[in-house]
Design a protein around this ligand. Structure first.
Ligand SMILES: C[S@@+](CC[C@H](N)C(=O)[O-])C[C@H]1O[C@@H](n2cnc3c(N)ncnc32)[C@H](O)[C@@H]1O
Length: 208
C-alpha cells in the first residue's frame, strides 16, 4: 500500500509509522469488560485500527472479526496478530456501507469510533442493533463532550461525543450491565496522552 493508492486515507497517514499509534495493549475498558463475553463467542471489533483490541480479544478465546478502512492499520494489525499467535479475521471495509445483516454477532466491541458525526453515528448504531443477535452484548467506549476541552485525544467535535442519556435512548430495551461517565488517564501510544473524559456502555440486546 502506498500513498498513490486511491483508498489511502488520513488514518493511513497516521498509522504509517514504525510503532503503534495507540500502542499494542488493549484499551483499559476492553481489558476490564472482555470477561463478560463468553468464550467462543463471535465478536466484531468495529473500526479496530492497528488491532490492539481485536488481538487481545482473540487471545481470550473469542472468535473475532475486525474491520477498519485503513489498509495501513490492517497491515499492522495483521502483524500484531501474527506476533501474538492470535487468529483474527481482518476485513477492510468502510463503516458507512458495512453489511450489518451479513452475519449475526454475539458481541460488538467499538472503541473510540468518534470520527462519526451524528448522522453517521445514527446509521452505525442502527447497524449495531442489526448485527447483534438477540441477547448479544454491545461494548462501547468513547469520549464524553468535555473531552474537547481536555484535548488529549479524539476529534474536536462535541457533537461526535457520547452521553449516557443519549446511549440509553439510542438502545431502548437493552439491559445496561455497566455504564460510566468518568475521567481517567488514557495514555496509550502517542495517539492518546493524559486524562480524558470517558464513557463506558455495556448493554445486552433484548430477546436473548
Ligand atoms: C481513534 S481510531 C481507534 C482505533 C481502535 N478502535 C483503537 O481503539 O485502537 C479510529 C479508527 O476508525 C477508523 N475509521 C475511520 N473512519 C472509518 C470508516 N469510515 N470506516 C471504517 N473505519 C473507519 C480509522 O481507520 C481508525 O482506525
Amino acid at each position: 500500500m502506498t500513498e498513490q493508492d486511491s483508498s489511502w486515507n488520513m488514518w493511513d497517514d497516521r498509522y504509517d509509522r514504525e510503532d503503534y499509534l495507540f500502542g499494542t495493549a488493549p484499551a483499559e475498558f476492553v481489558r476490564t469488560h472482555a470477561q463478560r463475553i463468553p468464550s467462543g463467542s463471535r465478536v466484531l471489533a468495529v473500526a479496530d485500527g492497528e488491532g490492539r483490541n481485536s488481538v487481545f480479544l482473540a487471545r481470550q478465546g473469542l472468535n473475532v472479526t475486525a474491520m477498519d478502512n485503513s489498509r495501513r492499520g490492517l497491515e499492522k494489525a495483521r502483524a500484531l496478530a501474527e506476533d501474538a499467535a492470535a487468529n483474527v479475521d481482518f476485513k477492510y471495509g468502510d463503516i458507512s456501507d458495512w453489511d450489518w445483516a451479513a452475519k449475526p454477532y454475539d458481541a460488538l466491541v467499538a472503541v473510540f469510533i468518534q470520527f462519526a458525526d451524528p448522522a453517521l453515528r445514527t446509521e452505525i448504531f442502527r447497524g449495531f442493533d442489526i448485527a447483534l443477535r438477540p441477547g448479544g452484548l454491545l461494548l462501547l467506549h468513547g469520549f464524553a463532550p468535555r473531552q474537547v476541552e481536555y484535548g488529549t485525544g479524539g476529534p474536536p467535535h462535541r457533537e461526535n461525543m457520547y452521553t449516557l442519556d443519549m446511549l440509553e435512548e439510542t438502545f431502548p430495551g437493552y439491559r445496561v450491565l455497566h455504564s460510566a461517565d468518568y475521567d481517567a488517564d488514557q495514555t496509550s501510544g502517542e495517539g492518546h496522552s493524559g486524562v480524558a473524559g470517558l464513557i463506558d456502555f455495556v448493554a445486552e440486546k433484548p430477546g436473548g
